[in-house]
Every structure is written in structure tokens, then in C-alpha cells.
Design a protein around this ligand. Structure first.
Ligand SMILES: O=C(O)CCC(=O)C(=O)O
Length: 277
């Protein structure tokens, strides 16, 4: 395999990992060229049409307060370009730096916040898939910025320091006042620890879309948000690499021996020790 991201220095990647570890997030600019970014954005709009055509809605009223948010839920089923992005070497390197070698791809979705869109519910991504306490990072998002992202066009809003929240009751009652935008240029990725409390911002511009893709990766003992075995067509499954087959949880075995390695009783607790205890 070539270098992880030729256009980004090793030092910049290491600095980003350190920031992610401490603050719960980092921004890495220039991951996609202008040309590639435009291609992905164009294909996102095509995926939106394809999603609606096959009966998967692009608006969910329980998620977003009005029709100005466009959601595309099954990106990896819709276009190979999204299967390429979800396994981008830099994204995978960031994921492994937090979750280790074993992880699953839980979901890969888009949220285009068009002018007039408003905030969804405040949440951390871990709080959606596992109850508290959240003592370890078992999930993270790699967010692809397909447009410039800034406060006025609905940048994701997060609570600084909320990656340290362990119990739901610690979420501050004045959360609204604490929210800050993740701002980044088109072509950047934002990596967000699954414990960070956040929401989508309101897009108060007249004519500027905010398009983000959310690649959601989790520890292998957490059930994925999508059952990819059911959702991916056979021809797509057949062309996946062995690594993608693992990451999508498509093999027969699922949650086996990923957290604790079993050792025979006689090896771990030999008879002599049993007799003396
Ligand atoms: O669109 C955003 O800024 C946030 C979306 C989000 O957090 C979600 O869909 O879970």
C-alpha cells in the first residue's frame, strides 16, 4: 500500500491524532482534491435520487425539524465512490488509532443541510448505540466535508470537553449556550470521538448548502446500525475486499472472541492454585 495520504504530512496526521485523543475531535484539511470533492458531491445528489427511487426516504421527521435536511442513508449500497471513501487509508488509519485493529463499519450516511434547516436532537453517537457509562471510546465518526462548513451554513455544533462525559446526567442543562461549530473547508475530514455531544447547526444562509458525509465506525462488539448482510446486493458483496467483508460484518461469525480471548480453565487457573485458594 502507498503512503496513507500523500498530500498530508506525517506530522500533521500525528498532531491530529493527539488532538483527537485529548479534545475528542480533529480537522484534517485537503484530504480530497477539489476535483474529487466535486465528483463525490455530484454523486451524492445522484445517490439521493437513487435512494428515493428505491423507496428509502431522504427525510425522517423524527430526526430533522423540517424538510430542508436531506438524508441519504445507505451510501455504500448506492455508489462505489462511497465504498471507496469509507475505506480511505487516512480514515482507516484514524479509526485504528482509536479503536485498534478490530472494528466495524456501522453506517455511512449524508446530511445535506439546505438553507432553512434547523438542529436535530443533541446526542453523542455512542449514546445512540450503547447505554452509559461511556468509559472508553467505542465509536467514532469520520465526517467528510463536501462543502465549506461554517456556523451560518449549519456546521455541526459540539460541546467542547463533552468527550469526557461518562453518564448521561452529566450533560449540562445549559448545553445550548456551550455549543461551538466545527468549521472546515471543502475536502477536509473532521474526526469525532463517539462520546462528543453534538447536533446539526441551523443553516441561516439564503443560498449555501452544507453537505457532510458521516462514516460511523464502532468497536466489534457493538451491533451495527445497518445490517449490511441484508442491505448490500450480492454483486456488491462479491466484489468487496476481504478487509471490507470483515469491516461490514458480512462473515458467518459475528461477536466471537473479540473482547476476551478464551483460555482453557486448566491453563488460566491451574489445579494447584485452585487447591491453595
Ligand atoms: O448533520 C450534522 O451536523 C450532524 C448529524 C448527526 O449528528 C447525526 O445524523 O447523527
Amino acid at each position: 500500500m502507498g503512503s496513507i495520504a500523500p498530500e498530508i504530512s506525517k506530522d500533521a496526521v500525528e498532531a491530529a491524532k493527539a488532538h483527537l485523543k485529548e479534545e475528542g475531535w480533529c480537522v484534517i484539511p485537503n484530504v480530497l482534491s477539489e476535483e474529487r470533492n466535486k465528483e463525490v458531491l455530484d454523486r451524492l445528489w445522484a445517490a439521493k435520487e437513487a435512494s428515493e427511487k428505491q423507496g428509502d426516504p431522504t427525510r425522517l421527521a423524527h430526526l430533522d425539524p423540517n424538510e430542508s435536511n436531506i438524508r441519504v442513508f445507505y451510501l455504500m449500497q448506492l455508489d462505489v465512490i462511497f465504498r471507496e471513501l469509507i475505506q480511505h487509508p487516512l480514515a482507516i488509519d484514524m479509526v485504528k488509532s482509536v479503536l485498534g485493529e478490530n472494528f466495524l463499519i456501522s453506517n455511512f450516511t449524508a446530511n445535506i443541510a439546505r438553507p432553512g434547516s434547523k438542529s436535530m436532537g443533541l446526542h453523542s453517537d455512542m449514546s445512540l448505540v450503547v447505554p452509559d457509562p461511556w468509559k472508553e471510546i467505542w465509536a467514532l465518526n469520520v465526517i467528510w466535508c463536501l462543502t465549506d462548513v461554517y456556523h451560518e451554513n449549519g456546521a455541526t455544533l459540539y460541546i467542547p470537553g463533552s468527550n469526557k462525559i461518562v453518564y448521561e446526567e452529566e450533560v449540562p442543562r445549559n448545553a445550548r449556550k456551550l455549543l461551538r461549530p466545527f468549521e472546515a473547508k471543502a475536502g477536509s475530514i473532521i474526526v469525532m470521538d463517539g462520546r462528543v455531544w453534538h447536533t446539526s447547526g441551523a443553516n441561516i444562509t439564503q443560498d449555501s448548502d452544507r453537505a457532510l458525509l458521516f462514516g460511523y465506525y464502532t468497536a466489534p462488539h457493538l451491533r451495527q446500525q445497518v445490517n449490511w448482510t441484508a442491505k448490500l446486493p450480492e454483486e456488491v458483496k462479491n466484489e468487496l475486499s476481504p478487509a471490507m467483508t470483515d469491516w461490514l460484518g458480512l462473515r458467518v461469525n459475528a461477536n466471537t472472541g473479540k473482547v476476551r480471548k478464551l483460555r482453557y480453565l486448566d491453563e488460566e487457573f491451574p489445579e494447584e492454585e485452585k487447591a491453595t485458594s
